[in-house]
Design a protein around this ligand. Structure first.
Ligand code: NAP
Length: 304
């Protein structure tokens, strides 16, 4: 039996593990894929206070080595089921059930898809959701980046360093992402802008051969000659397994305020998977601390 089971080993989950372990609690950290969450795809983090420049992968590596050094147990299994009985939580992961006094949901977000025809079929054959993972396959070739947030702009900067041409497709005229990134891109000669444009069709049989886009202001359609399409249109929560146990909002985020308390007894949440206004690395790690300390206080109260 554990004091805390933390579901998700992104920055929020790993920070929760560090705070839980340092509070003297036993911790099991469950992760369905690889640790680090989405931050591992960021080549250089420049907005984490006190760390002027570190890669996302190194940041995640440091967090995991902190967790392990403090004695945290880490298991790579998907948490499939959760239930609460007689004051204890049971988490089913793989073929085993684990018990804990508290659970912290830190499941993060998964990439949003566009649901275009051919998108799924050509994923891995020209369609990608991760420029840092797949960008190198498109050296000296033409690529498109879809989206207008920080991820899309960072991806475009990264790709423009070695792709022949980067076409940015964004549905509005102004960007949600940082102005500084847009400024960097505006100076690049191999960047082409398609604003107020939406993707209509991904072309290609075995691999991507083009992208048809439509200008929503003029109605004009254009086919871009690209072999890579990087989709960066935001993220969505993955909390469906927990519906019924905990209150989710209409978009599927776990309902919780800054105190990271959920509607369920002994169940806490941290990071991007919860309802919040600012989803940043800083707020994810801060949530991890808040949730773990709240869980530790809950154990203290209930153990008496
Ligand atoms: P995001 O900020 O939610 O941006 C998603 C973009 O995709 C928006 O520009 C949105 O357009 C567009 N979009 C959404 N659905 C679309 C659709 N169906 N068709 C076409 N376009 C669509 O997502 P993100 O860029 O992944 O960033 C997520 C969070 O991580 C943000 O808080 C971001 O600041 C943060 N982040 C931070 C860093 C960093 O600090 N280094 C790096 C990456 C991400 P609209 O603008 O019109 O809604």
């Amino acid at each position: 039996m554990y004091d805390m089971i933390i579901i998700g080993a992104g920055p929020a989950g790993m920070s929760a593990a560090i705070y839980g372990l340092r509070a003297g609690r036993s911790v099991l950290l469950l992760e369905q894929k690889s640790y680090g969450g989405q931050i591992v795809n960021t080549p250089e983090i420049e907005n984490y206070p006190g760390l002027p420049a570190i890669s996302g992968a190194d940041f995640a590596e440091n967090l995991m080595s902190q967790v392990k050094k403090l004695g945290g147990e880490v298991l790579f299994e998907k948490a499939q089921k959760l239930h609460h009985e007689d004051g204890l939580w049971t988490v089913v992961a793989g073929k085993t059930s684990y018990q804990a006094k508290t659970v912290i949901l830190a499941t993060g977000l998964k990439k949003r898809t566009l649901n275009l025809e051919n998108e799924k079929r050509l994923t891995g054959a020209g369609v990608s959701y991760c420029a840092t993972c797949d960008g190198m396959f498109f050296r000296n070739r033409n690529v498109a980046v879809i989206g207008g947030g920080n991820t899309a702009l960072e991806d475009a900067v990264f790709l423009s360093n070695y792709c022949a041409k980067v076409s940015i497709i964004h549905r509005r005229e102004s960007f949600r992402g940082e102005h500084k990134l847009e400024q960097i891109l505006r100076k690049k000669e191999n960047v082409e802008w398609h604003l107020s444009c939406v993707p209509m069709e991904i072309l290609g049989e075995k691999t991507v051969t083009g992208l048809r886009i439509k200008n929503t202001a003029t109605g004009e359609e254009t086919v871009l000659d690209v072999s890579g399409i990087f989709i960066a249109v935001g993220q969505v929560p993955e909390n469906e397994n927990f519906r019924g146990l905990v209150q989710l909002d209409s978009a599927g985020y776990v309902q919780a305020a800054e105190d990271c308390l959920t509607s369920a007894e002994g169940l806490f949440t941290a990071g991007d998977c919860r309802t919040k206004a600012v989803r940043q690395l800083t707020t994810a790690t801060a949530d991890g601390a808040v949730a773990a300390l709240a869980a530790s206080a809950y154990i203290e109260e209930n153990d008496q």
